[in-house]
Design a protein around this ligand. Structure first.
Ligand SMILES: C[S@@+](CC[C@H](N)C(=O)[O-])C[C@H]1O[C@@H](n2cnc3c(N)ncnc32)[C@H](O)[C@@H]1O
Length: 261
């Protein structure tokens, strides 16, 4: 995956781009001009560009405006389905491990509603976009936003490994799993930027193994997000919350018989 990605930059950001290349081990574009994707560094943000299709808008993450702010202000608070699935009507400020952080949208909603969220993302360019967005939001003048961002902690990790290494006293209240939906490239609903995201991330074919690792490691719930009509990734959820296009399958934790698997 990393070999598909290079770092490009606006001239004023050369020093920062060199540093990013050094710490991330992602080459600079001048050394890797054929890369399919560029992580482009400007003074204001990091953006993912799909070099093979210039018609696609660059992908960025922004917790300060746009969709994330709209959902924070008008998304329905604890009445929205994600909140119900996590159990926010029952549990006060639960700890949540978001094992599939992606663009951080669901994590941001949960942190907005008072959860302490650990975001795990294994694809390095996606992790770097998230890190950049969190760092910018953390420097905001808006104290509400800063207090939300302080409830979000990000790690570059494969979640299955992360879960398997948790000690019992580190188990969260809730484990959240939102694997990539099967791509619907013909659907008009698939935003072009999401097409690029699908190209970069691919399929999450190991989602069921992730659920199996999660089942004995959440104190209260394991929540799996699926397309409304898709099969369950694991049999017998305790209950389901179904919306227009999305469904949440909610599992109750297995008795804690953790032996490293
Ligand atoms: C559908 S996206 C999640 C979108 C996210 N819920 C949001 O609100 O933006 C799935 C993401 O989970 C990541 N992912 C899938 N399996 C993972 C695993 N085992 N460990 C870490 N990240 C994983 C993928 O790389 C991808 O970025």
């Amino acid at each position: 995956m990393i070999s598909q990605v290079a770092i490009s930059y606006d001239d004023v950001m050369k020093a920062e781009a060199l540093e990013l290349s050094k710490t991330s081990h992602i080459p600079l574009q001048e050394a890797h001009p054929e890369a399919a994707f560029s992580l482009h560094l400007t003074h204001s943000q990091l953006a993912l560009v799909f070099n093979e299709d210039p018609s696609l808008k660059a992908l960025t993450i922004d917790f300060l405006s746009g969709k994330n702010q709209h959902r924070r202000l008008y998304g329905g608070g604890k009445g929205q389905q994600l909140a119900k699935a996590i159990g926010l009507n029952k549990f006060k400020n639960p700890t949540v491990i978001d094992t599939t952080a992606g663009l951080g949208r669901d994590s941001f909603v949960l942190a907005t509603l008072g959860c302490d969220v650990t975001l795990l993302e294994r694809i390095l360019p996606v992790y770097l976009l998230l890190e950049d967005a969190l760092s910018r939001a953390n420097q905001s003048d808006d104290e509400t936003i800063v207090s939300i961002i302080k409830r979000m902690s990000l790690q570059h990790s494969d979640s299955k490994d992360y879960l398997l290494n948790l000690k019992e006293n580190q188990f969260p209240d809730v484990i959240y799993i939102d694997p990539m939906f099967p791509p619907r490239e013909k659907s008009a609903k698939v935003k072009k930027e999401m097409v690029m995201f699908h190209h970069l991330v691919g399929k999450d074919n190991d989602a069921e193994a992730l659920i199996c690792a999660a089942l004995p490691r959440a104190k209260k719930r394991i929540v799996v997000k699926r397309p409304r009509l898709a099969e369950c990734l694991h049999p017998k959820p305790a209950f389901q919350i179904t919306g227009k296009s999305t469904r949440y399958d909610v599992y109750l934790p297995l008795a804690s018989t953790v032996n490293g698997n």
